[in-house]
Each structure stands twice: as structure tokens, then as C-alpha cells.
Design a protein around this ligand. Structure first.
Ligand SMILES: [Mg+2]
Length: 326
């Protein structure tokens, strides 16, 4: 009965000034295989040293002992954070209610009056072991749930084809970053990028080839940007990047680097090179511009880049002035 569950290993520390009682407890628990490792001490002070040395799962502690009694042991033992979860069963010759109350108040988990019935002692210890195993099982399930939650969170924020962040992540994350940039008057730039004539790839070579192009362009864009830049697949064949601490001028330079990287990129299986059109804008700190307004300007600039013949960068300042960077 007591060991019918599949329990993990456990160690016990018996603290009692009576050698005879220690021997009885040991053999009682041993008969029912209720511990894997046995330790003992003859007073509270020795008990503290033994507990620190072996970190037992359960402690059976006498109340009346020389040097340091059971209450003194409990008080000092429980004061240590790492000892909060160990099971402590008090053994006392006194069944007085106030002793039991004091023991529980000091952190005892259970209390038995000596001389105790061996069957009762074993029942209480095995009950604790069952609880300990349930706790461990819950802990493992919790770890597993946390791992799955992290996986789900990553899936919810990642574009599965390109491995870039997705639109949802970008909008949420960058809006936060832009708010921070505005608060600290730190510059920042954004790029809206769209693969030119993407439909032609799908129509001529099939969707698998279109996917390969998206993966290759995403990779080229990511490598042309810096690790501090946040880049995402915004939708279809459109990508977006936020470049923190980046002025309009630097943003335009990086945009041109991205454009050139894509133009130079060979796409496996595709007989021609692709290009991107890029619209760039920068956070206007003078007018306390919103994230959406900055994005909208980049989108207008992207449209101008398409109209202007594609494979180019157009920058749009908040006043509306456009400048073709390539
Ligand atoms: Mg005693």
C-alpha cells in the first residue's frame, strides 16, 4: 500500500537524542522502503549541520533534545529559503495541544506523539511521498506547458515561409519601440519593400518558385540590414523594416544597400534576377509623429518608387518632399 505509486528517490534525516528511537524509526521506514538514503543526528544543532550537508526530502525531528530542541531546529531550518519545501514531521512525547500549535506555527508539516504506532508513522510518511511525487509531476507538466507556450508565441510572431517576423509582431513591437524613440527623441527610419513583378514569377514558374524567391529576397534583405533592425514580412511579397537610432540620411543609405543586395541576389531555379522597390521614411520628432503616419509615408514613397520605374529607393520626408535615392 505505501509504495504502490511510482515514487522518485527520497532521503530522510532523523533527529532524536535517543539512539533507541532512531533505530526503531529507521527499521520501521526501512521495512516499507520509504527512503533511499538515511541520515541521523542527535540534537537540533547537529540536525542543522546534517540538513545543510545532505538536503533531505524529509526530516523526522524530536521535540525534547539537548543543545538545541525541535522548536529551535525548526525556527532556524525554515528561516533558510531553500528549506521551505522539505517535509518536517515533529515527534514528541508530549501530546499537549500548545506544543503541536507551536510546532505547526514554526513550520512543521505533521506531528506525531510518541510512542507512535509504526503503521501510522509509515502512513504519514508515505502520504507525504505521494504528495511530493504529485508536485514533481505537476512541475514537469508546468515546464512542458511553458515550453509549448514559448513555441506557440514564436509561431504567432513568425512568418513560417521566410522565418522573418510577421506583420502582427512588427506592428506591435515597433509601435512600442517608436513610442520609446519619441520619448527619448531618438531618430528612427522605416522601409517598405515590395518585390517588383512578383506575379510574373508565380505565373511563369509556379508558386513553388515564387516561394523560393520570397525566401531568397527575405534572406538578402535581412543580411543587408543590421541585427538591431526589426524586419518582417508585411504581406504577400511585401517586407517592412524598422531601423532604430537611424537618421533619414542613414536610412536612405541602408535602403540603397538593401536594394542593391536584392538586385544582386541569384534565386535558385529562376532564370532572371528580381528587384525591389523601396519606400523610406523617418520619424519626425518635431511634430511628435505617430507610428502609423510614418508607415503611411513610407507606403506613399513605395508607390512613388513603383511609379518611377521600380528597382529604386524613394524617401519621403514628413513635409511631403520626395527624393529618389537610386
Ligand atoms: Mg528526546
Amino acid at each position: 500500500m505505501p509504495t504502490s505509486f511510482d515514487r522518485s528517490s527520497s532521503s530522510v534525516l532523523v533527529i532524536d537524542d535517543s539512539r533507541a528511537i532512531r533505530r526503531i524509526i529507521r527499521s520501521t521506514l526501512e521495512q516499507r522502503q520509504l527512503f533511499d538514503a538515511y541520515h541521523e543526528a542527535s540534537n537540533g544543532e547537529e540536525g542543522l549541520a546534517a540538513a545543510a550537508a545532505v538536503a533531505p526530502d524529509m526530516i523526522l525531528c524530536d521535540l525534547d533534545m539537548p543543545v538545541l530542541d525541535g522548536f529551535g531546529f525548526l525556527r532556524r531550518f525554515r528561516a533558510i529559503e531553500a528549506n521551505r519545501s522539505a517535509f518536517v514531521l515533529m515527534l514528541s512525547g508530549s501530546g499537549e495541544s500548545r506544543n503541536k500549535v507551536e510546532g505547526f506555527a514554526l513550520g512543521a508539516d505533521d506531528y506525531i506523539v510518541k510512542p507512535c504506532d509504526p503503521a501510522e508513522l509509515c502512513a504519514r510518511v508515505s502520504n507525504y511521498l505521494r504528495l511530493k511525487d504529485l508536485q514533481a509531476q505537476l512541475g514537469r507538466q508546468n515546464d512542458e506547458l511553458e515550453r509549448k507556450n514559448r513555441e506557440l508565441a514564436a509561431l504567432a510572431t513568425t512568418d513560417p515561409l521566410t522565418g522573418l517576423h510577421n506583420r502582427r509582431y512588427f506592428l506591435a513591437e515597433v509601435e512600442r519601440e517608436v513610442a520609446g524613440a519619441r520619448a527619448t527623441a531618438s531618430p528612427g527610419s522605416v522601409l517598405m519593400m515590395d518585390i517588383d513583378h512578383f506575379k510574373r514569377i508565380n505565373d511563369t514558374c509556379g508558386h513553388a518558385q515564387g516561394d523560393a524567391a520570397l525566401v531568397a529576397v527575405a534572406d538578402a534583405v535581412r543580411r543587408a540590414l543590421r541585427s538591431s533592425d526589426v524586419v518582417a514580412r508585411f504581406g504577400g511579397e511585401e517586407f517592412v523594416a524598422w531601423m532604430p537610432r537611424t537618421s533619414a540620411e542613414d536610412g536612405a543609405t541602408i535602403a540603397e544597400r538593401v536594394r542593391a543586395a536584392v538586385a544582386a541576389c541569384r534565386i535558385p531555379g529562376l532564370p532572371w534576377n528580381v528587384s525591389v522597390s523601396i519606400g523610406a521614411s523617418s520619424l519626425d520628432l518635431d511634430v511628435n509623429e505617430s507610428f502609423d503616419a510614418m508607415l503611411a509615408r513610407a507606403d506613399v514613397a513605395l508607390y512613388a518608387a513603383k511609379q518611377g520605374g521600380r528597382d529604386r529607393v524613394v524617401c519621403r520626408a514628413s513635409g511631403g518632399a520626395e527624393r529618389t535615392a537610386a
